[in-house]
Design a protein around this ligand. Structure first.
Ligand SMILES: *Cc1c(COP(=O)(O)O)cnc(C)c1O
Length: 405
């Protein structure tokens, strides 16, 4: 009874009540089963540790999943975005439009190629890059648009595709969050010119580290292969000189080593077999959260994009500051005291000193900045039980009820 205050409300742990959980629950955790482990062990016992059959198999599975003609496995999504920008021909002075609410890599890839990221604001309800804002930012220097499938749902991809076609821009979709997501009934991967994935440990499917790019274009595919490994080709038809002999290869462009190992590729392939199991679980937890939080006016529930059936990667709890006596930071700390370990995705990219020193100013994207002030990433991963999700709901409820105005 000591856990109740005079209004019969439970006291949050941060104010001296007992925490909802005794064991910490993290915002994300990988799910590795015996089959996944065996897949890696099998590679270790085989002849190839890199550039072997596990890579080919991973690429085949990604083509099968997305329906895309070509897939290129690569060391991580940061590398994928870099080679995609190289293949798109991004060069000095080119402008590339993306969202500020993403991991820094979505904008950094433009800088690697001498280009300049241009930030377009988000839709305040779906949190996705807003096509109207993209159009406003287009100039005669614009080369590409990099929409991000933030949280695992997509922006309005049909409109972004139409805008890119009308202005002759390359569309590179950063799908780091959205493996398993469908748009207008089909798995994403064929709308953008290139779609990139991440298989980092916190993502829906993991290889520890890992990435991939899918495309329907043979021309882009050839470039992606070249830039994945040093700009070196072994394809005689692409060489400038006559081969000296069977050992001969040529470097025809400058890149670096972005290869992935067969151990990682085997793990990713094995995890891809479990995608529908992961999607189902993530969707169930999202629905449970949505149902509970939509009843509380102190919270705003992220809206789904029309036509998108998402495999949710991140769940964003968004507070309505006018209705609470505490702000995001205090709410975050209160959840921590309940042993719910949260995170924030993301700090707007142009807030970072590196970007500020290049001249980007705060105030650039008001919707993104407002979201950043109000959001907390709460636990969502396929290994979570219903009771784990109930604990999160219970912790959030306690804090909301205690601090509501
Ligand atoms: C994780 C992530 C990346 C980077 O992926 P890595 O595989 O870690 O390089 C890029 N963009 C977004 C949106 C991400 O979430």
């Amino acid at each position: 009874m000591s856990d109740l205050n005079k209004d019969n409300k439970r006291i949050p742990a941060i104010c001296g009540g007992s925490p909802v959980r005794s064991k910490k629950l993290y915002y994300s955790h990988q799910s590795i089963n015996e089959k996944d482990i065996q897949a890696v062990v099998d590679v270790l016992k085989s002849d190839y540790l890199t550039t072997g059959p596990a890579i080919t198999e991973m690429e085949r599975k990604l083509c099968e999943l997305t329906g895309a003609k070509y897939a290129v496995a690569i060391s991580n999504d940061t590398a994928a975005l870099h080679v995609a920008c190289m293949a798109a021909g991004v060069g000095k002075g080119d402008e590339i439009i993306t969202t500020p609410i993403t991991f820094a890599a979505s904008a950094n890839c433009s800088l690697y190629c001498g280009g300049r990221p241009v930030f377009a604001d988000i839709d305040p309800e779906t949190y996705q890059i807003d096509p109207d804002e993209i159009e406003k930012k287009i100039t005669d220097r614009t080369k590409a648009v990099i929409p991000v499938d933030y949280t695992g749902q997509t922006p309005d991809l049909a409109r972004i595709r139409e805008i890119c076609d009308r202005h002759g821009l390359v569309m590179i979709e950063d799908a780091a969050h959205s493996i398993g997501t469908k748009y207008n009934g089909e798995h994403i991967g064929r709308i953008a010119d290139m779609t990139t994935f991440s298989f980092h440990a916190v993502k829906t499917i993991t290889g520890g580290e890992g990435g991939a790019i899918v495309t329907d274009s043979k021309e882009l595919y050839d470039k992606l292969l070249l830039y994945r490994a040093h700009g070196i080709t072994r394809d005689v038809s692409k060489m400038k000189n006559t081969p000296d002999g069977p050992w001969y290869y040529e470097q025809v462009a400058l890149s670096t080593n972005y290869r992935i190992t067969d151990m990682q590729a085997a793990l990713i392939s094995s995890q891809l077999d479990r995608l529908s199991e992961f999607s189902e679980r993530r969707t169930k937890i999202r629905d449970k959260y949505n149902e509970a939080f939509s009843k509380m006016p102190e919270l705003f529930v992220q809206k789904e994009t029309k036509g998108c059936e998402s495999t949710r990667h991140l769940y964003i709890l968004r507070i309505v500051p006018e209705k609470l006596r505490i702000g995001r930071k205090e709410f975050f700390e209160a959840l921590g005291a309940e042993n719910i370990v949260c995170n924030v995705h993301y700090i707007p990219t142009y807030y970072f000193p590196y970007y500020q020193e290049m001249g980007y100013k705060k105030g650039l994207c008001p919707n993104a900045e407002k979201l950043y002030d109000e959001m907390i990433t709460i636990p969502l991963y396929s290994g979570m039980s219903d009771s784990d999700a109930d604990d999160v709901i219970e912790a959030v409820t306690r804090i909301v009820e205690y601090y509501r105005k």
